[in-house]
Design a protein around this ligand. Sequence first.
Ligand code: G3H
Length: 491
Amino acid sequence: PIDQREYLINGELKTWPGSLNPILSPVYVKQGNEIVPKNIGSTPLLTSKEALEALDGAVKAYDLGHGVWPTLSVTARIEHVEKFLAAMRLKRAEVVKLLMWEIGKTLKDSEKEFDRTCDYIVDTIKVYKEIDRNSAKLVEDQGFMAQIRRVPYGVALCMGPYNYPLNETFSTLIPALIMGNTVVFKPAKFGVLLIRPLLEAFRTSFPPGVINIIYGRGRETVGALMETGLIDVFAFIGTNKGANELKKLHPKSHRLKAVLGLDAKNPAVVLPDADIDNAVSECITGSLSFNGQRCTALKVLFVHKSIADTFITKFNKAVATLKPGMPWDPGVSLTPLPEPGKVDYLRNLVEDAKQHGAKIVNEGGGEYSHSFYYPAVVYPVNDKMKLYTEEQFGPVIPIVPFENDSEVIDYVVNSNFGQQISIFGKDSKRVAHLMDAFVNQVGRINLNTQSQRGPDTFPFNGRKDSAEGTLSVSDALRVFSIRTIVATKTT
Ligand code: G3H
């Protein structure tokens, strides 16, 4: 086990003498006569005192009077980030291993998460150079000459989710830093040990205080940070509940710039003339990659009544080809779930659906053992069931039969969420009608393909309770900066 005591404050790797938070893997092992989650280490249970020291470091490194970061030249800031990237690349094997042990992500997907993060940093640097070139240009209008500059907000608090503890966290942290903000970063609750191999890279690549990394209980550490009112940007990827609880602690929350990636219940609509084989294969990846633990996952499938039987037969056949196993096993795609209590939560959701008339329709669906839950295809799902609107964030696939397209439109319009939707069908008039209905409801409409965040150059956002602000390689640079105009009269 990795008993981590280090944390990073103001350019110093400190050693925590106090109590530690045990980290349990979703992978269960035999211990004597018992089968228990493997203890893979622990992280420091810092208090509000250390969190405030971290904030102090970030505030000082930002402060234009004494600070170093926001006033550095663009080239210099890029050099720091490139230095970090080079050091990070050397830690690939360690981070990938921890992704598998901590969150049960398969070897292939763990490697993809690491490589995607490196690519993201490279692309962000490229786009940043472009933005900077443009902001150096002078514009003239109505007797004025001006330079419109992109400047940082100040101190950013970055917190990421457990399902992409490296990639999604870094998709806020890196742009925030590049734009000249200083950062306090608290790693995700699970997927936390994997930041340890990068601590030294952060320490040696950035000036003191530019990036500070803390651990501990959210309410105690992050709560204390929020209460100071000194956080300028709150970058959070997680649940609405978590984001709202923290946001309201900020005494000037109206001034807080929030960049949020939140809950979603992305539907797929399968129309009668859809290419069923394509729809099945896209819905399988859409709903079950990383066991459905993606905010962008397809979380409810509306399938037209006339093709529901065929779709379900093919869908179940495809589910049966997915291999369960350990994250490092070759060819595996169904793995243990990292959230404690998740299996019971999914069982209760399915039980509720059963009580309201649905069934598990695939062989072995819903079988479970410890932290493993075999995907359950639940049919026919209707609005009496929790599964209809609640985000399951796991391997349960509700299928809703529909007759008229207006049923799906009503669902989307009445949903609290608005991240993405997938439409499968060939009739261009019918598809266009649905697109018109959805275009102001969701952040992205996918035609004959699953929902997803990538490519990372595409804007990633959502409507209603699903997001605030837009991420992506270029949008994130904009979201972590604000425009300041320097203007003078020419006449
Ligand atoms: O969990 C939410 C992520 O943004 C999903 O990203 O679509 O690339 O898997 P992804």
